[in-house]
Write a new protein. Structure first.
Length: 357
């Protein structure tokens, strides 16, 4: 079979997808982990820059690959072309059955948990709220790429505005840490060895993860060979800039030693600045981030079974595009159903360790 999806995505669509997936809840929590390994503000910012540079190297590779292979499927297509159909199939199977659907389920749990702060409901309904979120965003994805992208543009723009707003608020309202008597290091501090810097890069690179996601929709871009590679590079630079900016803001409000004591640095910073209102703002920020990540993951994840089915006749039913909406509807239903089953099977921690393994 050779089912094709409609080519109607453009430059800003790729950026909306990448920002929606990469900027998740990690940036609101991982800075404390980095401060455990690096005790110098300049060195922490250097580590975030290094993470952005390493990610950019990967982006450049994927930009070239997507230009050479402008087909829906991303990494599956690249592995199939490099190592054959078996390698591609094994990747596609593991990405669908474990990594992607479990990630969707885990993000849905985060969404359901934080929604309880705004709309109180009994804890035993949490799984059903998570499943409802998966169903809602799956439905949006099923009815067409344009409605999906309109939602994604709004959610990604809100994410960027939230980070810019948080950073601006901190720089405007908070006096520098040194003025408050906190010993904030201004030198490069102790490198100790490269071990500390390398250890800090692990959560940093995890926070940058997802920069390649637009390539799963390579076959749906109007100009895959030119616009998509440029959009991938631009997205990496935008995310790196936002991450360095918000970490500079955190470090204005708290020294590295203070950051180590905070499990949720963003929440603690906003609470100091805004009091009880800070917790409400943080809840909204995480709900927006979780929604954007859900929509993006469902959008890109739905292309994986669809693409694999193009090459394997027994799976052909999942490789057919819906004639009315021009979307991989059957593949999206499969993804949503399996992610919902994983929600019923586990909890957030269980799903997190499943994907990590």
């Amino acid at each position: 079979i050779s089912e094709k999806l409609k080519r109607e995505l453009r430059f800003w669509d790729s950026i909306a997808i990448t920002v929606g997936i990469v900027i998740g809840v990690g940036i609101f929590r991982t800075p404390a982990e980095i401060a455990k390994h690096l005790d110098s503000a300049p060195l922490i910012l250097l580590a975030w820059l290094a993470g952005g540079a390493i990610s950019l190297l990967g982006v450049l590779c994927y930009a070239e690959l997507s230009s050479r292979h402008p087909e829906t499927g991303g990494t599956y297509i690249f592995l199939r072309e490099a190592y054959g159909r078996l390698a591609g199939f094994v990747y596609g199977w593991s990405e669908f059955s474990i990594n992607r659907c479990a990630s969707i389920a885990a993000v849905a749990y985060v969404f359901a948990a934080y929604l309880r702060y705004l709309i109180p409901y009994e804890a035993h309904y949490e799984k059903w709220v998570a499943i409802s979120a998966i169903a809602l965003f799956s439905l949006i994805n099923m009815i067409g790429i344009r409605p999906t992208m309109k939602v994604q543009h709004v959610l990604s723009a809100l994410k960027v505005l939230i980070i810019l707003g948080m950073a601006g608020l901190i720089f405007w309202l908070a006096p520098p840490a040194v003025e408050r008597g906190i010993q904030a290091s201004t030198s490069l501090g102790r490198l100790g060895s490269w071990a500390g810097f390398s250890a800090a890069l692990i959560p940093i690179l995890w926070t940058y993860g997802g920069w390649h996601e637009s390539t799963f929709l390579s076959g749906e871009f109007k100009d895959t060979k030119r616009e998509l590679p440029i959009a991938l590079i631009a997205s990496a630079l935008i995310v790196a800039g936002l991450y360095v900016l918000i970490n500079a803001a955190y470090l204005r409000m708290a020294s590295p030693s203070e950051m180590v004591q905070s499990e949720a640095i963003a929440s603690d910073v906003l609470r100091k600045l805004l009091g009880s209102k800070g917790a409400f703002v943080m809840t909204l920020a995480i709900l927006v981030s979780a929604s954007g990540a859900l929509n993006s993951n469902i959008l890109t994840g739905g292309r994986i079974p669809f693409s694999v089915a193009q090459d394997h006749t027994p799976l052909a039913w999942f490789g057919r595009a819906d004639q009315r909406f021009k979307t991989p509807l059957r593949s999206l239903v499969l993804n949503g159903a399996w992610a919902s089953i994983l929600v019923l099977w586990g909890n957030f921690e269980r799903l997190l360790f499943l994907t990590a393994f």
